[in-house]
Design a protein around this ligand. Structure first.
Ligand SMILES: Cc1cc2nc3c(=O)[nH]c(=O)nc-3n(C[C@H](O)[C@H](O)[C@H](O)COP(=O)(O)O)c2cc1C
Length: 410
């Protein structure tokens, strides 16, 4: 099955961005170079998550600097009126030639009140369904009003000639979206075109997708499916695992424990663990003994690794921070295995973002059967020097642009 491969654009970057001395801040020159690298390397697009560089604004800034890539903009429904979102999105749609997509995310009860959103978790999903209905109607007709439970928009009463509006390229903005809870799944089945779930084992992820597909089919809808991974691609398997090992070594113990609490909750190491999986228990024992787990104890499937990441460090199973580790052929084979279980889109990141995007574009994309809607020419490395000039040197010769050895620099 052909796949779509997306990359990732965010404010925090660097070789080990979950550590204090391995993180860089991205500014406009770097974000521009990153987007242009993603574009030239042939990715379908990039996910712009919620974060300090507001992703709608970022998409508007970067779209005219690129040609093919789509901007998958994460959005919490309700922070902008759907009518105002139509105004902004139609400019980006027009200026980018139809390359705007939304990633509908529900976020966390603790984060949203600062933006004025006080609805609790499940109610936000119900609100979102109405929000996107209002958005779609206003997109189709810029004068139309809306009368919902939460959302009311007056119909236009003064006359603006239709020709003054930016011409919309897409008949509707495709909605991608996540949501693992029952309310999230019900919302996705009703609202999104492409359902995203964090990484899992290939068959379990396929099972989740079949469950969501079944609920959507009951509503007469058909969805596509995607997931999210981080990647380490090196010329040999030994180099790839040596790099994974170096990421573990560069993660301070206290940081590893902090990241592990993202999912398991604070103080989880002191509690009894509800698992009899010897692999996971060896990881728990290591952390209790004050050290990081062995690199191999974090492998849960060929080339699938639970290493530390910006998104957490979950030693029990795959999730937000899971990695694919291997040679270009192995990573392509793994992507194809996930594709055989129903995953059609892969949102990937390696660190630093640009350096690893260029490598992936050069070494892995040509091995995949991609459906990107444009001709993907193999990336030949010719933009490396120009694009990497905006970034610090990386202390690893196996990373494009890297000039020193990790050992000499650690
Ligand atoms: C691929 C992917 C990307 C996500 N991006 C974001 C994001 O940018 N911002 C955010 O707050 N949550 C993001 N989420 C998390 C979702 O908002 C949501 O919390 C998660 O899917 C859990 O859903 P649930 O609350 O229904 O269990 C993302 C989830 C996935 C699978």
């Amino acid at each position: 099955m052909p796949v779509k491969i997306l990359w990732y654009v965010q404010s925090a970057d660097g070789p080990v961005p979950w550590t204090e001395d391995g993180v860089w801040a991205n500014d406009l020159p770097r974000l521009r170079a990153l987007a242009q690298g993603i574009d030239r390397a042939g990715f379908y697009g990039a996910l712009l998550p919620t974060g300090p560089h507001e992703p709608l604004a970022l998409a508007a800034a970067l779209a005219p600097l690129t040609e093919h890539m789509r901007f998958l903009v994460a959005l919490y429904p309700g922070l902008l009126s759907p009518a105002k979102l139509v105004d902004i999105a139609s400019v980006i749609d027009n200026f980018s030639g139809g390359r705007l997509l939304f990633n509908v995310v529900n976020g966390h009860d603790a984060w949203l009140p600062e933006y004025g959103m006080f609805l609790p978790h499940d109610e936000r999903y119900a609100y979102s369904a109405e929000y996107w209905d209002a958005f779609a109607r206003r997109w189709a007709d810029p004068g139309e009003g809306y009368e919902g439970k939460h959302i009311k928009l007056a119909a236009r009463t003064f006359d603006i000639p239709l020709t003054y509006f930016p011409e919309k390229v897409q008949p509707r903005v495709p909605l991608w979206g996540a949501g693992g809870s029952p309310a999230g799944v019900a919302h996705a089945a009703q609202v999104v075109d492409s359902y995203l779930a964090f990484a899992d084992l290939p068959d379990r992820l396929g099972g989740k997708f079949r469950e969501v597909a079944g609920i959507a089919a009951g509503l007469g809808r058909s969805l596509s499916f995607g997931t999210r991974f981080q990647v380490i691609v090196r010329d040999t398997e030994e180099e790839a695992w040596a790099y994974a090992q170096s990421l573990l070594e560069r993660t301070p113990y206290a940081k590893a424990v902090e990241l592990s609490a993202y999912k398991a909750g604070p103080g989880w190491l002191d509690r009894d663990q509800d698992t009899d999986d010897p692999r996971a228990l060896r990881c728990v024992d290591a952390l209790r003994a004050g050290r990081l787990p062995d690199v191999q104890d974090l492998v849960v499937h060929p080339n699938v690794w639970l290493g530390p990441s910006v998104f957490g460090f979950d030693v029990f199973g795959p999730g937000a921070g899971t990695w694919l580790v291997g040679t270009p052929a192995q990573v392509a084979e793994r992507i194809n295995e996930y594709a055989a279980h129903g995953t059609e889109s892969f949102i990937l990141s390696g660190w630093p973002l640009l350096q690893e995007a260029l490598r992936f574009g050069r070494d892995v994309l040509p091995l995949l059967d991609v459906d990107h809607g444009f001709e993907v020419r193999p990336y030949d490395g010719s933009s490396d020097a120009e694009l990497l000039a905006a970034f610090p040197e990386v202390d690893d010769p196996s990373v494009p642009g890297g000039r020193r050895t990790p050992a000499a620099h650690r």
